[in-house]
Design a protein around this ligand. Sequence first.
Ligand code: PDD
Length: 285
Amino acid sequence: MTTKINFNGEIHDELNISVMDHGFLFGDSVYEVVSTLNNKFCFLDEHLDRLYNSAKAISLTIPRDKEWFREQLKNTLIAAGNDESYVRIIVTRGVGEINIDPSSCEHPNIILMVMDVTEYPKSYYEKGIQVALVSIKRNPRDSLNPNVKTGNYLNNVLAKMEADKLGAQDAVMVNPWGFLTEGTTSNLFFVCEGHILTPSMECGILSGITRQLVIQLAKENGFHVEEGKWPGEELFKADEIFLTGTLKKVMPVSNLDGRPVGSGKPGPITLSLLRLYDDLLTKKA
Ligand code: PDD
């Protein structure tokens, strides 16, 4: 159970970071969460591509190339020596003056955290989780675009707090126009009359790496997948609901706002995608 933290290329057991870093002061940073299987990174190229795209979207120039990240991540993973790890890659705007203008931040900081991973309970996959459709709205695309994975997650933190209050394990948010978007750290899928539906990028979501893979797997296996815009109420008509993400993988939802989803148990399409995704992970590792 070791944690190792790589700070700009140096590996530490613990790290103190300046309170003048704009990542701390303003959430002015970008990040990725990567999982491992058999102690190898899962879909690292895709995560690094998204990290660079997020940085570009907030005009943050990452001072190192992807090869540097691959090398440093490998060294840090070896130093931690866990069976499996939770890996977090963070690039902050860096230390600057105590005002919102980022121009005083000359050196972005790169932090690579490798920690022991805490997996979700098996029962979540066997029985499904409870989700709440919360009142907090997902950021619209023309404010802080949800497709940019920044360290500013307060929108999602508030949604998670609302879900907790309602006794649910996670939240699903709609956008300001009432259309379904995503979970707090996951993408949303639901099944209606055998069709797999998922909110489109237009609704204001993160282009999840797991989401893309699940869409591809579903299509390859003969399922009909549709990306589109659906009002929040539509979710109550679903026969099945599931969330996807690096840590959640494919997680069944069996209860929405206190009402059972379909039979109240993980549905057959969710379970087959869960299996297909697990197989894909195993094949890649
Ligand atoms: N979150 N939507 C949001 C808002 C997310 O934060 C995430 C991932 C996803 C799923 O993306 P992916 O399949 O690429 O992991 C969707 C990570 C796991 C996190 O912040 O912990």
